[in-house]
Design a protein around this ligand. Structure first.
Ligand code: ATP
Ligand code: MG
Length: 570
């Protein structure tokens, strides 16, 4: 049993798993992905999912999906559903192993009772504020709670009454009796249970005491027979507590291993902050194409393959770093370059009349669907007297090195003919509103028999045949590489890019796109990759620009003179 690709260097988690199998510490591999259903999954979760499900698969093991639903106040069914949808979309399957920490509430309660009986847990009447005060700091030891030495009988009675609902929220907690002087603050008599009179999305009103993450997580891992509990680095300081509970309970003991979480430049990946973006309407929802959520990326046009490739390339490390978002975009371009059909769409149209074609003339030209994939075949496009081209492909006074259309200049229309501009028609304000051109019938297909060359090929659509569309151009949601880099008194919202969405209406796309399905992705030649938005169901064809064709990552790589790198150290 080894990871499938023998040429890949093995990261430290895979190495640890191999070691554990060799030493027979475990004889199988069983991991889990444990999201809290308090928000939508984001690209950071995708990294964790690829690690959890990926490693299990490579070692012929299993991976559970377990909702860590121990806080009824923040958790919702909407999130439970979106999380499942997103993991499936990403390409992973938990089969029949869908679990909830709340499935174990009764068992966890029994574990707590066991610890009370063993003199390892006690009911504490200190308020949350007092608990914090008694906890001490990194430099000062904590003080013992005056309730620390209650008898087991008294603790059992009080804990049962906590469960029975006799006490108000916050009035008491159940705490582990460990060490108030420990150098690790997590071991200073951590809270195991708190009182919350709230309705839980699954257990309804059955409970008013809820276990803390630290008491629920390891025990849930143990119940499910998890071998390797893989989580991000912020849980490293919790590992001694994870181990302490399992040892104190003398139950099956999984192994927790931590890896660096994903940080992406110009992006926030905290659910709390993403929730703020949604609630305060800086974006249109969790699936806004500017969001780093999996649902946002999907709507934007990201493929699961591109995201998995990204997660593969960034690898698994023990130290935190910031990955350049340009790498994520690069992975998408690579994937779509292979797969996306090419089409022509004009985003900012300029009317072109071919004067030497008769009114009503229509002919068909042949276009290649994907030069990267011969099997994708060809299609025909109508070519006629009135066309649209991109405004930007014409300059009345072309600057040096501008090779596209200008008065008297000739260019190639992709898959069609050479055309030459004879006149630019202007409106009263002096703006160019139409070009009068001639075409050369001998250049059909794009080459001149006399060997004459043109320096530019531009895209176009036939005006009478084209389909109207709306196009949404997205830019980074945050202007700063580190959105948290703000002056005192401001927060990450101050770094928002006010121009992260540019809406273009009155665009024209080739006629074949009249009937397209939401989620389909095309390359608009010369412009980028565009994904059909679900809003198209409302009558107006809407496209999201997933990514432009300009590859910043390739530039970065070239500048660094190296192979695709994982990331930069923060
Ligand atoms: P947040 O702190 O934003 O609320 P979280 O870590 O609490 O995120 P969970 O739902 O608890 O969110 O996360 C489920 C799993 O995903 C955890 O094991 C966590 O380690 C992992 N995870 C969360 N964010 C990242 C990230 N940015 N990179 C890698 N793994 C992550
Ligand atoms: Mg969490």
């Amino acid at each position: 049993m080894t990871p499938s690709d023998a040429n890949q260097p093995v990261d430290f988690i895979r190495a640890a798993v191999m070691e554990d199998l060799k030493s027979a510490r475990y004889t199988r591999v069983h991991t889990r992905f444990p999201p809290e259903p308090n928000g939508y999954l984001h690209i950071g979760h995708a990294k964790a999912i690829c690690i959890d499900f990926g490693i299990a698969a490579e070692f012929g093991g299993k991976c559970n999906l377990r909702f860590d639903d121990t806080n009824p106040v923040k958790e919702e069914v909407e999130y439970v559903e979106s999380i499942q949808q997103d993991i499936r979309w990403l390409g992973f399957d938990w089969k029949d192993r869908l679990f909830y920490a709340s499935d174990y509430f009764e068992q966890l309660y029994a574990f707590a009772v066991t610890l009370i009986r063993k003199g390892k847990a006690y009911v504490c009447d200190l308020s949350a504020e007092k608990v914090r005060e008694y906890r001490g700091t990194l430099t000062e030891p904590g003080r013992e709670s005056p309730y620390r030495n209650r008898t087991a009988e008294e603790n059992l009675d009080l804990f049962a009454r906590m469960r029975a609902g006799e006490f108000p929220d916050g009035s008491r907690t159940l705490r582990a009796k460990i060490d108030m002087a420990s150098g690790n603050i997590n071991l200073r008599d951590p809270v195991m249970y708190r009182i919350i009179h709230a309705t839980h999305h699954r257990t309804d009103d059955a409970w008013c005491v809820y276990p803390m993450y630290d008491f629920a997580h390891g025990q849930s891992d143990s119940i499910e027979g998890i071998t390797h509990s893989l989580c991000s680095l912020e849980y490293e300081d919790h590992r001694p507590l994870y181990d302490w509970f399992l040892d104190a309970l003398e139950i099956y003991h999984p192994r927790q291993i931590e890896f660096a979480r994903l940080n992406l430049s110009s992006t926030v990946l905290s659910k709390r902050k993403l929730l703020r973006l949604v609630q305060e309407r800086h974006v249109k929802g969790w699936d806004d194409p500017r969001m780093p959520t999996l649902s946002g990326l999907r709507r934007r046009g990201y493929s699961p393959e591109a995201i998995r490739d990204f997660c593969n390339r960034i690898g698994v490390a023990k130290r935190d770093s910031i990955v350049d978002i340009a790498l994520l975009e690069h992975c998408l371009r690579e994937d779509l370059n292979r797969r996306a059909p090419r089409v022509m769409g004009v985003l900012r149209p300029l009317r072109v009349v071919i004067e030497n074609l008769p009114e009503g003339h229509v002919e068909e030209v042949t276009a290649v669907n994907n030069p990267e994939d011969a099997a994708a075949g060809t299609r025909t496009l109508p070519f006629s007297r009135v066309l649209y081209i991109e405004q930007d492909d014409f300059r009345e006074n072309p600057p040096p090195k501008y090779y596209r259309l200008a008065p008297g200049r000739e260019v190639r229309l992709r898959y069609a003919y050479f055309i030459k501009c004879v006149e630019a028609v202007k409106d009263a304000g002096g703006a160019v509103v139409e070009l009068r051109c001639t075409y050369d019938p001998a250049t059909r297909g794009g080459d001149a028999p006399d060997g004459r060359k043109v320096k530019a090929t531009i895209h176009w659509v036939s005006a009478t045949h084209a389909v109207p569309a709306e196009v949404r151009l997205y830019d980074r949601l945050f202007l700063k590489e580190d959105p948290e880099d703000v002056v005192e008194g401001q927060d990450f919202l101050a770094s928002l890019n006010p121009n992260s969405l540019q809406l273009l209406t009155g665009c024209w796309v080739e006629p074949g796109l009249a009937q397209v399905k939401a989620g389909t992705i095309y390359q608009f030649e010369r412009q980028g990759y565009f994904c059909v938005d679900p809003d198209s169901a409302n009558g107006t064809l809407a496209f999201n620009r997933a990514v432009s064709l300009k590859d910043e990552w390739a530039k970065i790589e070239k500048a660094q003179g190296q192979q695709p790198a994982a990331g930069r150290t923060a």
